[in-house]
Design a protein around this ligand. Structure first.
Ligand code: 5GP
Length: 113
């Protein structure tokens, strides 16, 4: 399994990176759905939450804290933001490398998914 996000991790294709450490990478979505729309991914290739295992507990926990850290860095924490992960076809997943959308910078619609 190799996805466009793996290519971004490997710097084979460019992205507007907002955060990177040994385990995670975050970059602006190419088709933003909100004023601030950032994608956060684990560098480990996990297809989605449904494919994650006990082995991934640490990375999943750190991912939650990293999302919060990035939101603070983006300056959207105080006003609030939304975190979304899409899983498989019905969930609308199009890139099969686990990722979380951080959406904020404005009041989001109630029915926004
Ligand atoms: P999904 O629908 O799988 O939850 O979300 C995939 C997201 O990745 C979409 O919002 C899409 O705009 C974004 N995306 C797809 N390809 C690229 C790319 O090459 N660069 C960036 N920055 N975002 C991408």
């Amino acid at each position: 399994m190799s996805t466009i996000f793996k290519k971004i991790i490997d710097k084979e294709i460019p992205a507007n990176i907002v955060y990177e450490d040994d385990d995670f990478l975050a970059f602006y979505d190419i088709q933003p759905q909100a004023k601030v729309h950032v994608i956060v991914i684990p560098k480990k290739e996990i297809k989605n939450l449904d494919e994650a295992t006990e082995e991934d507990v640490l990375v999943l926990g750190k991912l939650q804290l990293t999302i919060a850290k990035i939101a603070r860095k983006l300056g959207i924490s105080k006003d609030g933001y939304r975190v979304i992960t899409n899983i498989n076809e019905n969930g609308g997943q199009t890139v099969f490398h686990m990722h979380y959308h951080i959406l904020g910078g404005e009041k989001l619609p109630e029915n926004f998914k």
